[in-house]
Design a protein around this ligand. Structure first.
Ligand SMILES: C[S@@+](CC[C@H](N)C(=O)[O-])C[C@H]1O[C@@H](n2cnc3c(N)ncnc32)[C@H](O)[C@@H]1O
Length: 313
């Protein structure tokens, strides 16, 4: 057996031992600490292979073949994510994220399960396919705690908002700068039998909406912050390493008495210690409660870039 074949088998058996499979059909089957340069996500019987370094065509074909031979999957999609692609403006979308699978029947849309919650995945549509698996336990926390009023900012496909609503929150507002992902979020709600109110899926810039909510003086029991590491918005460039503390500061006046902030950050360049220090510096009255673990099919918190932290007054 080739090195990759035995690695994939070992990684698969490890996921089996985690007993993810009966209620969770979306997971990371291979992460970067197990094999530098590539990850494999699985939704149902569909694999999504991400390549983080450049491989020759022959090497790519060898990887595709090995996955087909070793794992019980029907279809494989490819995402190319080499660092240099970000700097090449004319890198074609089709090359980075081919619409068609590299093998197996096309599955442009499919439903994946996470702890019995249903999500819509589009493996051929874009570099991000609908959900980030490493946040699984944070979504679980939100579902299990589900306070009455939740504001889910940078909502993407509304995974946090969906779990708050499923857990019993009565008001859940999702805010994102992409109409496409907000519509996707509504589809996720419907898949799980929830009715949707368009007023709960708010299109726009988070910082502008934080300002509007502050004026309304209608507090939330939980504000979720999960911004990208870098963005260029109306108010200029936003960088997690310098602006995160200020973002928390803008969210604080929205909190009810006893309200909490779930602050997440997936920037490789910021350690957990620096992240907490930055939030503390700009928000001295805020108390750190706990950090939530990264899903067990990923490297541990120490090795992973993802920081999931809970704060209160
Ligand atoms: C890291 S993803 C959030 C993932 C999401 N919280 C989840 O749990 O799946 C970042 C999201 O922020 C949105 N976004 C980026 N800048 C924004 C801004 N200034 N205002 C609103 N949304 C923004 C993007 O459209 C994207 O959906």
């Amino acid at each position: 057996m080739s090195d990759l074949a035995s690695l994939l088998t070992r990684a698969w058996n490890h996921r089996k031992a985690l007993q993810l499979f009966s209620h969770t059909t979306f997971f990371r089957a291979l992460h970067l600490a197990e094999h530098p340069g590539m990850t494999l996500d699985v939704v149902d019987q569909v694999g999504i292979l991400s390549l983080y370094q450049s491989f020759s065509e022959q090497e790519e074909q060898e990887v595709f073949r090995t996955i087909q031979q070793v794992l019980p999957l029907d279809t494989l999609y490819l995402k190319r994510r080499p660092v240099e692609a970000r700097h090449v403006s004319n890198t074609s979308r089709d090359w980075l994220s081919p619409e068609d699978p590299v093998w197996g029947p096309a599955r442009p849309e499919l439903i994946g399960l996470e702890q019995d919650v249903k999500y819509l995945f589009r493996p051929g549509s874009d570099l991000s396919v609908g959900l980030f698996a490493d946040m699984r336990l944070a979504r679980q926390w939100v579902r299990e705690h589900a306070p009455e009023k939740v504001l889910n900012t940078f909502s993407y496909t509304c995974g946090f908002g969906l779990n708050a609503a499923l857990g019993g929150s009565t008001t859940v507002k999702n805010v994102d700068a992409s109409r496409k992902v907000l519509e996707w979020g509504q589809e996720n709600y419907s898949l799980n039998g929830l009715t949707t109110d368009p007023l709960d899926f708010i299109y726009g810039d988070v910082q502008e909406w934080l300002k509007r909510f502050r004026k309304r003086q209608d507090p939330f029991d939980l504000v979720i912050l999960d911004p990208p590491s870098f963005s260029r918005g109306k108010q200029g460039i936003w960088k997690a390493e310098t602006h995160y503390g200020q973002l928390v500061q803008e969210a604080l006046p929205l909190l009810s008495r006893g309200g909490m902030v779930l602050a997440c950050c997936n920037h490789a360049g910021i350690s957990m210690k620096d992240f907490k220090q930055q939030i503390r510096k700009d928000n001295p009255a805020l108390k750190f409660h706990q950090s939530l673990p990264v899903a067990p099919d990923f490297p541990s918190q120490q090795e992973s870039h993802l920081k999931i932290t809970l704060w209160g007054q």
